[in-house]
Design a protein around this ligand. Structure first.
Ligand code: HEC
Length: 416
């Protein structure tokens, strides 16, 4: 009923190794204790006072930390240091209630667990049950969940290996001549195509560029490129290229993709992060209803210094995918409710904001995930994307486009 995405996650799940616990001595516990708990030797009891899972948070694409607070035994409220805990994991809130969802049993007195080797871009549901020394277990059914971010995938275009060689495209009818024949200082052209700086500065300077390259805007840059090449009087220098355009046609795809990814020297290799620890940003992550069906969200800029474009502006650098759900466990991860980009105006502000429609409930939970531009070359249109009817190719494009999300995000709770 959901979609092929869900199915992929399920099949991945089947391949998952049994989770290993926190490193160190407790990892030894897997065999013995796990087996005991699995065969149902224990008995459920309400004598154990236990609130169950406290939190489940993805710390990277493949790991989730689960925490809880001590369980105690009634009536004396003792036993916390001897209590062990069973961790259950499932792909939905029902499966995690079953005995077969058990993935780990801790050493006595432990109150957190790092689940490793998980599939990326997947929602995982967790339940924690307390186990006393008599193998009696708490009747805990509270469930928490965490969403692992997508696995990092750098940009697809390297300037040196995919763009620079394009400038050696021979002129039709004059194979000894290519772009660099005229566009290498001190050659005939003012545009220096022999260095990346030259391309980015264009016929201006690096400080004050005048180039066909408009970072992040592949289509617009390509149109600008063709327009500048065919502008008079330059047209005559370029005429052979323009009248037999196979050479130019071969440049289109890589140039567009390179610029869509930010026109960087090397593909970005790190995801953006939110600096939640920065005290100056306290209180800047929030949302509210603007009217009965419009929600506005405000949040600080995430940072991704290694992908800052040459003009130094964060305008267009990151996109913010907004995910929403009626509550924390029902956030719809298969499609964001909005994709917010930062324009020149917002680039100068401390916070970013955007709006989206919401009619489902009076209260909702929102998570913002910043994305770098590594996937921007991938064709994708949020307005027409429907995960329920999408083809395998469209689902894959969505996954590629939405990769490189920060793994440190927060939930915001918004009430009407
Ligand atoms: C025969 C010499 C010659 C060749 C070969 C040539 N150009 Fe040019 N090109 C020029 C001249 C002259 C100008 C105008 C001066 C300038 O802008 O550098 C120009 C201008 C341009 C401009 C516009 C600069 C701007 O921003 O206004 C672009 C873009 C350009 N060339 C790209 C290319 C590319 C790409 C190739 C190879 C496919 C190429 N040129 C091949 C001579 C040449």
């Amino acid at each position: 009923m959901r979609s092929a995405l869900k199915f992929t996650a399920l099949s991945l799940m089947a391949l998952l190794p049994v989770a290993c616990g926190p490193s160190g001595p407790s990892a030894n516990a897997i065999g013995g204790i796990g087996a005991g708990a699995n065969n149902g030797a224990g008995l459920g009891t309400s004598d154990i006072l236990f609130a169950g899972i406290l939190s489940a948070d993805a710390i990277n694409p493949n790991e989730v930390t689960v925490t809880w607070t001590d369980a105690v035994i009634l009536p004396n409220l003792g036993g916390a240091i001897t209590m062990r805990y069973q961790i259950y994991r499932g792909l939905d809130a029902e499966t995690v209630l079953q005995a077969s969802a058990l993935v780990f049993t801790t050493e006595p007195g432990v109150t957190s667990f790092v689940d490793i080797g998980l599939p990326d871009n997947t929602t995982l549901y967790y339940r924690v049950v307390a186990l006393d020394t008599d193998e009696r277990f708490s009747l805990t059914t509270s469930v928490g969940n965490a969403r692992t971010p997508a696995e990092y995938g750098p940009g697809s275009i390297s300037y040196d290996s995919q763009i620079l060689p394009l400038w050696s495209t021979p002129m039709p009818g004059a194979p000894a001549t290519n772009c660099l024949s005229c566009h290498t200082l001190p050659g005939a052209g003012q545009l220096d195509l022999s260095t990346l700086q030259g391309v980015l500065a264009g016929i201006g300077t690096l400080q004050n560029p005048n180039s066909f390259v408009i970072p992040y805007q592949g289509e617009a840059s390509w149109a600008e490129f063709l327009a500048r090449m065919s502008a008079l009087p330059t047209l005559f220098q370029h005429l052979p290229y323009l009248t037999a355009p196979e050479g130019l046609a071969a440049m289109e795809v890589p140039i567009k993709a390179w610029i869509a990814e930010g026109a960087l020297a090397a593909p970005d290799s790190l995801p953006p992060v939110f600096e939640f620890a920065d005290e100056e940003l306290a209180g800047t992550y929030f949302g509210s209803f603007l009217d009965f069906d419009t929600v506005s969200v405000t949040f600080p800029h995430a940072i991704d210094p290694e992908s800052l474009p040459f003009n130094g502006s964060v305008a267009g650098q990151l996109e913010y995918a907004v995910y929403a759900g009626v509550d924390s466990s029902s956030i719809y991860w298969d499609k964001p409710v909005a994709l917010i980009t930062v324009d020149l105006l917002q680039a100068a502000e401390t916070t970013v904001s955007g709006t989206f429609d919401w009619t489902e409930s009076d209260s909702l939970v929102v998570v913002i995930r910043p994305l770098d531009a590594s996937g921007r070359g991938v064709p994708f249109d949020l307005a027409t994307y429907d995960p329920e009817t999408a083809t395998a190719q469209e689902l894959e494009n969505f996954r590629l486009r939405m990769r490189n999300q920060a793994s440190n995000e927060r939930e915001m709770i918004i009430n009407r």
